[in-house]
Design a protein around this ligand. Structure first.
Ligand code: ADP
Length: 333
């Protein structure tokens, strides 16, 4: 229910939008990336040119879209939003690129999922602000060069490994966003709570932070569920309320949701700790392999519950402990 990449309904989208920090100064955490971006933007401003192309990678919900918006906002440029899956033909990209105004910031989410033909067009566009449009087919086909307005591409990907090298090389700046520390998430929650008008004691904010899987989007979402709980059932925002609200939404003591636990359960019980291949694991829990790999697994690896080996995924001792299964039990089953 609380996956970071789950589609949001319109109200949730509006709230998520309202909670987005509008400047680098308001953006919590990721200190190194913030410093690097600040320098990049300052240099572009001094030289009065669009900033270099920027590639942001990392799991969903860590602030890639937000940073793209901040880049546009801080440099006083317009922003265009698109995504890899929406660019399935070179023509889609040609239409998008040729309609950009000078200096516009173009954000392409999931840039690794763009069509191959579009990818190749993008190389030239990024490098020379020019594209070649193919007209006609077969022997009579000709290409017509088209000059573009200079722009800044901000690409986001959950899987930077899937990006072809020629594309990756054309980004002047690449940053990997890391999961947030609980203290950083507490600051995100404090800020959002103030904006939502929810009064929460520090202990409750810390509890939500601890159960947000290192992800600001999840922190904001859990906060809204706690707010709902307070609105409907009354009571203060103490930790008992937080516990009750998060239990209701199947978020366990360390923030794992139903899908996280299903993956762990399959790995530990059904496959006796592994190793098991990603696609087998995905079938066992009835999810897309892509979702397991880019949404569920990175956090489980990060907290030391799951290991990746050449032969497949394995469950690590803390995963057995979390499910209350001893190694021996599992091996004997
Ligand atoms: P991504 O594009 O990486 O999936 P988003 O930029 O859409 O993530 O961020 C998801 C939500 O989390 C947004 O509502 C945003 O306000 C919030 N958020 C992300 N990073 C931060 C941050 N560093 N500080 C405050 N809020 C953040």
């Amino acid at each position: 229910v609380l996956d970071a990449d789950e589609p949001l309904d319109e109200t949730e989208l509006a709230i998520e939008g309202a909670l987005r920090p509008a400047s680098l100064a308001e953006f919590v955490g990721q200190q190194k990336v913030r410093g690097q971006l600040q320098l990049l933007l300052d240099a572009a401003r001094i030289q009065q040119r669009p900033a270099d192309h920027i590639l942001l990678s990392g799991p969903p919900g860590l602030g890639k879209t937000t940073l793209a918006m901040i880049v546009a906002h801080e440099s006083g440029r317009a922003l265009r939003l698109s995504s890899g899956p929406a660019i399935q033909h070179a023509g889609d990209l040609a239409a998008l690129l040729s309609s950009l105004t000078p200096g516009e910031v173009l954000f392409i989410d999931e840039v690794h999922r763009m069509a191959r033909s579009a990818e190749e067009m993008l190389y030239l566009a990024m490098e020379d602000f020019r594209i070649d449009i193919m007209v006609g087919k077969g022997a009579g086909a000709t290409s017509i060069p088209l000059d573009l307005s200079p722009f800044t591409l901000v690409g986001a990907t959950t899987r930077s490994g899937l990006l072809p090298n020629p594309l990756r090389d054309r980004f002047g700046f690449t940053a990997h966003l890391e999961y947030y520390e609980p203290e950083e998430l507490e600051r995100v929650i404090e800020r959002s709570a103030a904006m939502l008008g929810v009064d929460l004691p520090a202990a409750s904010r810390a509890e939500i932070a601890r159960r947000s899987r290192g992800t600001p989007r999840i922190a904001n979402r859990l906060l809204r569920r706690v707010r709902d709980f307070i609105v409907v059932r009354g009571g203060g925002g103490d930790t008992t309320t937080v516990d009750a609200a998060l239990d209701l939404y199947d978020v366990d003591g360390i923030g794992l949701d139903r899908l996280d636990r299903a993956v762990l359960d399959a790995l530990v019980r059904r496959f006796r700790g592994g190793p098991v291949g990603l696609s087998t694991l995905a079938v066992a829990v009835g999810e897309e392999a892509e979702t397991i790999e880019s949404v569920v697994e990175p956090y489980l690896v990060r907290i030391g519950f799951v290991g990746r080996t050449p032969r497949g995924r394995i469950a690590m001792p803390p995963a057995f402990a979390h499910l209350g299964v001893s190694h021996l039990d599992s091996a004997l089953r």
